[in-house]
Every structure is written in C-alpha cells, then in structure tokens.
Write a protein that binds this ligand. Sequence first.
Ligand SMILES: C[S@@+](CC[C@H](N)C(=O)[O-])C[C@H]1O[C@@H](n2cnc3c(N)ncnc32)[C@H](O)[C@@H]1O
Length: 243
Amino acid sequence: MVAYERFAAFYDVVMDDPGPRAVRVDAAIERYGPGATSLLELGCGTGSILARLTTGAALTGLDRSPEMLAIAAAKVPRARLVEADMRSFDLGERFDVITCVFDSINHLLDVASWASLVGCVHRHLTDGGLFVVDVNSVGELRRLGNEPPWVYDFDGGTAIIDVTFAEGDGGLGLTDWDIRIFERVTPTRFELHHERIGELALPLARVRELVADRFEVLEEVDEDGLPATDDSVKAYYALRRRD
Ligand SMILES: C[S@@+](CC[C@H](N)C(=O)[O-])C[C@H]1O[C@@H](n2cnc3c(N)ncnc32)[C@H](O)[C@@H]1O
C-alpha cells in the first residue's frame, strides 16, 4: 500500500489551511526567481499549493500517491501531473523552480533518500534555478510525539492522529503518524480508515551538509523569518542551484 491511499479522501478537510504555505512559495519566487517560467512541485499531494500559486510559470506536480493525484487533477486542471517517486524521478526536462513543501521531504525515511532527492532536484533545475523546501525540525517532531493524540471533528466524521517519536543515531528524529479517520456513513454508524505514515527529521546541520556542494543557501528561516534552529517548528529554505 502506498502511503495516503486511505487518508487522501479526507486530507483536505483534516489538514491545515494551505493558503499560508502557498504565500510563502510565492514570496520566495518573487524574491529569488521572479522570471520563472516553469515550476515543479515534489510531493504535490492534492494540489492545494499548485492551485493557489500566483506565479505565471507552467505548473507540474509530482507525487507517488495516485489517490492524492486524482484529487489534484480535479482541483488544478492547468497543472501537468506525474506519478513518480521524488527520490528517483527523471522527467527529461529542467525547471526554473522546484518546490517540496509542507514537510513532504520528511516523508523520506533515511538520509540516503534525502540525498537522492537533492541530486534529482539539482539535475532538474535550470542553471541558477531555485529550490524552495521546508522541513519539520527534530524539535517539532519530538514535541508532536509528546502531545496527546490530536482529535478533530469535521463535517462527516472524526480524525484522531497520534504521533510517536523516537530518537535515532546522530540526533535523527523518527516519527510514526497513526491516523484514524472515523467516517460517518449513517447517523449512527462509522467506518474506520486507518493509515500509518512515517516522518524523519534531520538536524539542520545535516540538511546544510546535504545541500552544500550543489546549492547556495539563500534563506534558512523559521515561521517568523528568524534564523531556524533544531527547535523551530519548521525550517524554510530557499536554495540556489550551483553549476
Ligand atoms: C504532507 S503531504 C504534502 C502535500 C502538499 N505539498 C501540500 O502542501 O498540501 C506529503 C505528500 O508527499 C507525497 N510523498 C511522500 N513520499 C513520496 C515519494 N517518495 N515520492 C513522491 N511523493 C511522495 C505523499 O504522497 C503526499 O502527497
């Protein structure tokens, strides 16, 4: 089973408002790649970011979940969508901007996979192209692991998300997201959709090491625009491709 097979149908109602995520991507493009004519989003999911971007660039979304892509296809007809793995894709073309946001990269569960993604991004960016990526920090995954399960009632059911945290070698943060959606199918009957999704966080020093040879770090900031740390909720990167 590919992750998100069961969660996909509920993803948009259960997850945070995607508006601010799209605004951040737009702002990075405005600042560092205003003339971009092509953009690729890795881990585009249901297309919520692609649907909101104001850039005039031609849009491509890549995801390995057919269920997420089916929703994206209906939501963003102007985007070209590709079912592929962001660790090993080869699209035979280059883009001015590549994005990978809302902790999609954290879904890669070993450091070698992060390195592989970084290599693929470098190969698919035009000279001087922009890579906009965010990561959940180790501190954030630890905090989420210490919190009680998150319960969210929505029109049509209830979601319960329980995050378990474990510290790996070298300060890596590993989490297991246990997602249970109780879909109300009649006023008195619920159907359970259960899925587990893993996330890995790297100390930010390791992230910088991974990109150092191939990218110049233009920004590495937290949600308030201050320098990101391993205790920030997220680190937001704007990276410029080195030749
Ligand atoms: C948290 S969602 C983010 C979706 C979207 N970027 C957003 O902001 O709403 C993570 C997405 O990454 C995708 N994903 C995870 N691992 C992947 C992989 N190895 N290759 C391609 N997509 C992957 C999942 O299918 C999922 O759609």
